[in-house]
Design a protein around this ligand. Structure first.
Ligand code: G6P
Length: 607
């Protein structure tokens, strides 16, 4: 994983590249670099750490030019050093590339190339750039095409050569690349966000495609050098949507976006009259839907917790046995999948390599495979045979918030659509829809409590361990709450089903090991309450999420966050929000880098 930006046009390239890299920082921020074409000479600057370090360096340089490539790195091969940062030159110093992905056979290639070429870094990318150079004969595109025929692995790459100073060549296999078109100016990037300020017209490169841009013209080819015709698509997100809009961090902005984007997710997809939902992208006939015997939800990270909530919805509303599989496990356990299985791949970025690999495996085995994805035109969106965009808008904080909420929303709608076809009455469907329509207002009332939640965070900011507890549909919520806390504040946090505490984890508890529990009024309320009492008896500090008006909660807890009640199936849409806000404030109080936590990246395109 890594982020790529490139520009070719009439404007000074450097500011466009630096701004673009900032947009892609979520893809990794171990090091960054830029290379510009300046009078038939390529100048390069690189720096370890975040983009701001690179930007600082460029201020003292005289880098200029209207063509350039840039990169933000998340290390895979080779440590975090300036030497390993991109762009990488070939041995002659005439060819330079940025690369996202992994060249699996780089050792083998390096062995073959090492007699003629000199290697200065430990990266697979330096092998790739020299491999291209070894095929160079005055035509950069042909050299790229020929070289890539020898490569095993994944790449999104952009190359320039000082003998062809008006040209950029880009190629894709497995790592996304988008080309933005603004008349005779072009932008290339790992996703569309770096170009939104300039153009909405894009083409998405497919695997095995190579694009050449030169003198205001763009042409696309396959690796056999045959011309390929591409459709220009229009992106809906505007640049402003991708900005912080006055919030201190993207994460806080995205938490606050939730009521609005939730409305975007369900708009036009529900039918109150029939008490059902209709997601057109499902692309299945009623008979095919009735024939589904099993659903498998595959995802990673936060998306996998959203999937666990989806399991409740599918089983309860549609009565279809549903499993959740972490994508990195799915394909290696030889999953039992057939043409009566429906697989949903759930992913914010639509690029997560593990999820994508699972999609391919499920397709190979003949399942119906559908995507629940945020980023439009992303690889998972294109490789699945249908599905739905979650319409959460650009999510830039590494820690996912609004995408999770909208994943839950979309899976609930799918479950309703299946449920109405298979077993639930219109009246039950209508009750669910009514409750869904009330969610944004209830979310807003929780968001109004941010200051109180911040005060609670102040009390607990020195705790080094946390236990999150929930039962039933609130167990995945507890998992998500604990993940948010550990991701951005680096506090150790575990999550358990509350009823499982007594079988071991309760031994951990002490006054220094607080418990954050979900005790909203659902069918497991009494059971959960008994579990909290067991915890309380161990002198542990307790923070509770409870429903408004629940006076018992005060007796059981040191701190209570009251939230509006809703139908049990929809509780995660509300109950998760205070946990997000709590984790956010803990991280801010501990002065952590909320939007770009250490060691993480938003879009993980390596397995
Ligand atoms: C990374 C991120 C997580 C995210 C996961 C899945 O690990 O740090 O926040 O939940 O990838 O990402 P996806 O884009 O597939 O939802």
């Amino acid at each position: 994983m890594c982020g790529i930006v490139a520009y070719i046009g009439n404007k000074p390239a450097l500011p466009i590249l630096i701004k673009g890299l900032r947009r892609l920082e979520y893809r990794g921020y171990d090091s960054a670099g830029v290379a510009l074409m300046c009078d038939r000479k390529i100048e390069r600057l690189r720096s370890v750490g975040k983009i701001e370090n690179l930007e600082e360096k460029t201020k003292d340089s005289c880098l200029s030019g209207n063509i350039g490539i840039a990169h933000t790195r998340w290390a895979t091969h080779g440590g975090v050093t300036e030497e390993n940062a991109h762009p990488h030159f070939s041995t002659s110093g005439k060819l330079v590339i940025v690369h996202n992905g992994i060249i699996e056979n780089y050792r083998e290639l390096r062995e073959k190339l090492k007699e003629k070429f000199e290697f200065k870094s430990e990266t697979d990318t330096e092998v790739l750039v020299n491999l291209i150079e070894s095929h160079y004969d005055g035509d950069l595109r042909l050299a790229v095409e020929k070289a890539l025929l020898h490569v095993r692995g994944t790449y999104g790459l952009v190359a320039m050569h000082s003998d062809e100073p008006d040209k950029l060549v880009a190629a894709r296999l497995g790592s996304p690349l988008v080309v933005g078109i603004d008349e005779d100016e072009f932008y290339i990037a790992s996703d569309a966000t770096p170009m939104l300020a300039y153009t909405k017209k894009v083409i998405f490169l497919e695997d095995g495609e190579v694009v050449e841009i030169s003198n205001g013209k763009m042409e696309t080819f396959n690796l056999k050098d045959e011309s390929v015709t591409k459709c220009v698509e229009e992106i809906e997100w505007d640049d402003e949507q991708a900005e912080k809009q006055g919030y201190d961090h993207f994460m806080l902005k995205e938490i606050y976006d939730q009521p609005t984007v939730f409305e975007d997710a369900i708009r036009g997809r529900i039918n109150m009259g029939d008490g059902t939902a209709h997601l057109g992208g499902l692309n299945m006939t009623d008979d095919e839907m009735r024939g589904i015997e099993r659903i498998i939800l595959i995802a990673c990270g936060t998306a996998s917790y959203a999937a666990m909530i989806g399991k409740y919805a599918f089983e309860r509303l549609a009565g279809i046995p549903t499993e959740v599989d972490v994508a990195s496990e799915f394909r290696y356990r030889d999953p039992i999948v057939n043409d009566k299985t429906l697989v949903f791949a759930i992913s914010q970025s639509g690029e997560t390599a593990d999820t994508l690999a699972a999609v391919r495996e499920a397709k190979r085995k003949g399942a119906f495979v559908r995507g629940v994805v945020n980023v439009v035109g992303s690889t998972i969106a294109r490789e699945t045979d249908g599905g739905s965009y979650i319409h959460a808008g650009p999510e830039l904080a590494v820690a996912s918030t609004k995408a999770y909420t909208n994943m839950v929303a979309i899976m609930t709608l799918y479950a309703l659509q299946f449920g109405r076809l298979k077993r639930i009455t219109p009246a039950t469907g209508q009750r669910l829809i009514k409750a869904l329509l009330e969610i944004p207002e209830k979310m807003n009332s929780i968001l109004k409590q941010t200051d109180e939640i911040k005060k609670i965070a102040e009390k607990y900011k020195d705790s080094r361990d946390f236990m999150y507890l929930g039962r039933g549909i609130n167990f995945p919520v507890a998992l998500e709450g604990s993940l948010k806390l550990k991701e951005i504040s680096y506090i150790h946090a575990e999550a358990y089903p509350a009823g499982e505490m007594k079988h071991g984890p309760i031994a951990l508890l002490s006054p220094e090991f607080p418990v954050f529990a979900l005790m909203t009024k659902n069918q497991l309320y009494e059971k959960t309450r008994s579990n909290i009492e067991e915890v309380r008896a161990r002198d542990t500090k307790v923070i509770l999420i409870a429903n408004e008006g629940d006076e018992n909660a005060k007796e059981l807890a040191d701190d209570v966050i009251y939230i509006p009640p809703t139908m049990e199936l929809l509780e995660p849409l509300l109950n998760t929000i205070p946990l997000q806000i709590f984790a956010y404030h803990m991280a801010v109080l501990l002065e952590k880098d909320v939007d770009r936590p250490r060691n993480l990246a938003k879009s993980v395109t390596v397995e």
